[in-house]
Design a protein around this ligand. Structure first.
Ligand code: GUN
Length: 291
């Protein structure tokens, strides 16, 4: 069994970005600028956005964090999105999800300028991605593709089972893995909460992408010997022994599943860091398109 070390692979991507940004600066060109909007004070979202902003600093990007109270009116939020759309200095806009219930997420996503939608959630980017055209690809599935590429994991002709059909991970992941690309060229099955024979399908998988948000859902009896297992889950479990008060659990029961795998991602240190690296790559691309 080998570890798909997302921390290492993400660092390699960030190191390269750092050099590329320094080059832009040396040529007197524009430096990438990511604007992140955080609404309310969801603990996990706070952590994710802080990590994204910190990574921007690490590679030399500009970043702006815009915070709103949870009860902000949808109109005010949309006004801010418009302002950022119109700001020529801003290359990427990220609205951290989930948003409070009174705000329709699709309204906010649809208001983004697709050319600044570095999360790849806008229907224009989703449509382009489905057609295999250049587009901003959502950071988590993009990061997983970069991880598979980094470790040269063979995917061609393999049966990939994606567990979860969210717009952020499962659905785009299934599209990317099925595309005529490397990594890619998989035969893909998408499973979800209504799938009847989930265990049987997983047992047929050469690769499992677990993205359903249920800690330790994938157990050893569901995994074929030699499978590649990608764990997207990051659920916070209360742990009074930890300074933070919680520890992170993936969607895969790591201890029992890992011995059966050819490759597996740990949690933390697997998909998470790659998500940030992919977001930075998208922001750099957006800036390069202007430069
Ligand atoms: N919430 C969970 N994942 C993501 C992500 O990749 N981007 C944004 N904006 N919100 C998220």
């Amino acid at each position: 069994m080998e570890i798909l070390d997302g921390k290492k692979a993400a660092q390699a991507i960030k190191d390269k970005l750092k050099i590329d940004v320094a080059q832009l600066a040396a040529e007197g060109k524009k430096i990438p600028h990511l604007a992140a909007i955080l609404v309310g004070n969801n603990g996990a979202s706070e952590t994710y956005v802080a990590a994204k902003v910190k990574s921007c600093e690490e590679v030399g990007f500009k970043s702006t964090l815009i915070r709103f109270e949870a009860d902000i009116s949808p109109v005010k939020l949309l006004e801010k999105v418009q302002e950022l759309n119109n700001d020529p200095d801003v290359d990427g806009i990220l609205v951290q999800l989930p948003l409070p219930k009174h705000i329709k997420e699709s309204d906010v996503i649809n208001a983004l300028d697709p050319d600044k939608d570095v999360d790849g959630f806008h229907p224009v980017n989703v449509g382009k991605m489905v057609q295999g055209l250049p587009a901003f690809v959502p950071a988590t599935p993009h990061g997983i593709m970069l991880l598979l590429e980094h470790y040269k994991v063979e995917t061609k002709g393999k049966h990939a089972v994606v567990v979860g059909r969210s717009n952020i991970v499962g659905r785009p992941m299934s599209i990317l893995l099925s595309q005529n690309s490397n990594p890619g060229n998989c035969t893909v099955t998408v499973c979800h909460s209504r799938t009847h024979n989930l265990k049987e399908l997983c047992l047929q998988a050469d690769m499992i992408v677990a993205a359903l948000g249920k800690p330790e859902f994938v157990t050893a009896d569901m995994v074929k010997e030699g499978a590649v297992v990608i764990d997207v889950g990051i659920t916070r479990i209360e742990d009074t022994n930890k300074k933070s008060g919680f520890r992170l659990k993936g969607d895969v029961q790591y201890e029992t599943v890992a011995p059966k795998c050819s490759w597996i991602t740990p949690v933390p240190g697997g998909v998470g860091p790659m998500t940030i690296a992919a977001l930075l790559r998208n922001t750099f691309t957006s800036c390069a398109q202007k430069n």
